[in-house]
Each structure stands twice: as structure tokens, then as C-alpha cells.
Design a protein around this ligand. Structure first.
Ligand code: RIB
Length: 289
């Protein structure tokens, strides 16, 4: 079974600093890195590297980086036949500051905002029951909502990573089967019980270094994650989502899929960068042993 990913592709400009600058202040940083990012692309890399069969729909710009990031997705094994170039547009971009292992991010959507309903129609043309659609919120919300609706109507399992938080997605939650918010996002969406009452089957809340919680009707349990020393948490959530879908598409249940996804996410925090930090399936298996 395949994982269809509708999502963003960004150029990440990352710099680490020992102290965050105040408004109007300049501080010395280091470890500057330009790498492939975007929640959609990171999740596609993760899903493919962790054993899934992945097809991605997105837009790059015709700048210095777009082609490079499309090629890197291809190198990870992602089908990029629906990653198109938006002429006269910059590839989406993220300026990321890493401070004490955590990050703050500013994004410019660029070409990510150019994705259309027609793109979604042709992308999901061969999606069927048993396949998975995975989305995030770095593309226009109406397009993400449309993709969820189309997939839902085809009987495809829909997974939403509601990041970055955006309450406008509320009207489309009726098309979502599994949602993967972090603590902040789940609160903004009204809490786990509220989400379940809307008809979502499973809410998986990621809790950073405290692991994750799986909740469905009449079931709720917290699970710890591997203890590691993080250097950069960028894309940890994306690695989790990609790994989750890779395992689900192979027929594993939610608990086992989350266990594997969480281990992959923990490993990613021990490395710098976004897509660059994502481990392979074999690395995760070795680590779990
Ligand atoms: O989730 C991490 C990603 O968020 C980064 O790669 C950055 O591009 C932003 O979209």
C-alpha cells in the first residue's frame, strides 16, 4: 500500500546560537546549514527511508534550490512525478534558529501556496482503500481540506499532522481518521476528547521528550520515548509522522507503528538539520535492538 503526501517543500536556512538575540540586537551564531526541509518533504523522506512506498504532491520554485530538493526526494525513493515547478516563484523557505537543542522557525510559503485542486485531483486519481493520505498545514488550508475530502471519499485512510497550528482546518476534520498534534496544537483544537467526539478514530499526541499518547474511543495510554541527548529537534515530528505512515501502510497496528516512529524521531534529534537528520529503517532497527 502507498502513502500519498500532499505537503510543503522548503529550503531551510539553519543557524545555531548560544543566546537568542533581543529585538534590534546581533549575536554570534555558528553551524550554519542550508538543507532540504518543509514538513511535507521531511515526512516524505521519512516515510520512504523508513520503509514506505511514497508519492508526493507539492510545488517547488524555479530558483537555485527547488530542483535540488526534488532530486533529493527522488534519491530517498519518493515518487516525485507530482512535484511541479511554479514559474517565477521562490521555493518555500524556513529561517531556523537552533538554541539549546530547540528551534524557532519563520517560514515564507513561496511556491507551496501555488498548489491547486487540479493538482490534488490528478494526484489522488489512483489512490484507493488501504492507501494513506498524509497532510500538514504548510499549504493553503482549503487545498489541504480538499485533499482530505477527496481521499476520504475514495476510502483512503487520512492522517493529518496539524502543524503549524491553524484553527481554519476545523471544518475539514470530519474527513480525518488519524491526527498527530503536539501538546500545543491539541490544546488549540479543543483537546483530545473533543477531537474524538468529532468522529476522528485516533488522536496521537506527541509530547517531545515525554513520549507520546495514543487515544481512541474508550482508550488512552502514554508511552515513553528513547532517552537521547538532542542537538536539534527540527523535523522530529515529521520523522514521527513519516515513520507512522510507513509502518501503517505495511499493515502494522497503531501501537507498533508509533513505537517505531518514536524511535526514528528520537534518533533524528541527535543530528542536525531537517531531512538530513532522518534515519533509515535499518538504523532504527539496530537502535531498537
Ligand atoms: O518541521 C520542520 C520543518 O518546518 C522545517 O524543515 C521547516 O522547513 C518548517 O517547515
Amino acid at each position: 500500500m502507498k502513502t500519498y503526501i500532499v505537503g510543503s517543500i522548503n529550503t531551510d536556512f539553519v543557524i545555531e546560537c548560544e543566546r537568542l538575540p533581543k529585538l534590534g540586537e546581533t549575536v554570534q551564531g555558528g553551524n550554519f546549514l542550508i538543507n532540504a526541509g518543509g514538513k511535507g518533504a521531511n515526512q516524505a523522506h521519512a516515510c520512504a527511508k523508513l520503509g514506505g512506498v511514497v508519492k508526493m504532491c507539492g510545488r517547488i520554485g524555479d530558483d537555485l534550490y527547488g530542483e535540488r530538493w526534488r532530486d533529493s526526494l527522488k534519491d530517498s525513493g519518493v515518487d516525485v512525478s507530482h512535484v511541479k515547478t511554479a514559474e517565477g516563484c521562490m521555493t518555500g523557505c524556513a529561517v531556523i534558529t537552533v538554541f539549546e537543542g530547540n528551534n524557532s522557525i519563520i517560514i515564507d510559503s513561496g511556491a507551496n501556496s501555488k498548489i491547486t485542486k487540479e493538482d490534488i485531483d490528478s494526484f489522488l486519481n489512483d489512490a484507493s482503500k488501504g492507501d494513506i493520505l498524509l497532510c500538514q498545514l504548510e499549504n493553503p488550508i482549503d487545498i489541504v481540506g480538499y485533499a482530505l475530502k477527496c481521499a476520504h471519499e475514495r476510502g483512503t485512510t487520512t492522517v493529518l499532522n496539524p502543524a503549524p497550528a491553524n484553527t481554519e482546518i476545523a471544518e475539514y476534520l470530519k474527513y480525518v481518521d488519524i491526527i498527530t498534534p503536539n501538546e500545543h496544537e491539541v490544546e488549540l483544537m479543543g483537546g483530545v476528547e473533543h477531537l474524538l467526539s468529532l468522529g476522528l478514530k485516533t488522536v496521537i499526541t506527541t509530547l517531545g521528550e515525554n513520549g507520546y499518547e495514543i487515544a481512541s474511543r474508550g482508550f488512552s495510554k502514554r508511552y515513553p520515548c528513547l532517552k537521547v541527548t538532542p542537538v536539534d529537534t527540527t523535523a522530529a515530528g515529521d520523522t514521527f509522522c513519516g515513520g507512522l505512515c510507513a509502518k501503517l501502510s505495511l499493515g502494522y497496528d497503531i501501537e507498533e507503528s508509533c513505537r517505531f516512529a518514536s524511535a526514528a524521531a528520537s534518533i533524528s534529534t541527535t543530528r542536525y538539520g531537517a531531512s538530513a537528520s532522518i534515519p533509515t529503517k535499518d538504523e532504527v532497527i539496530k537502535y531498537l535492538k
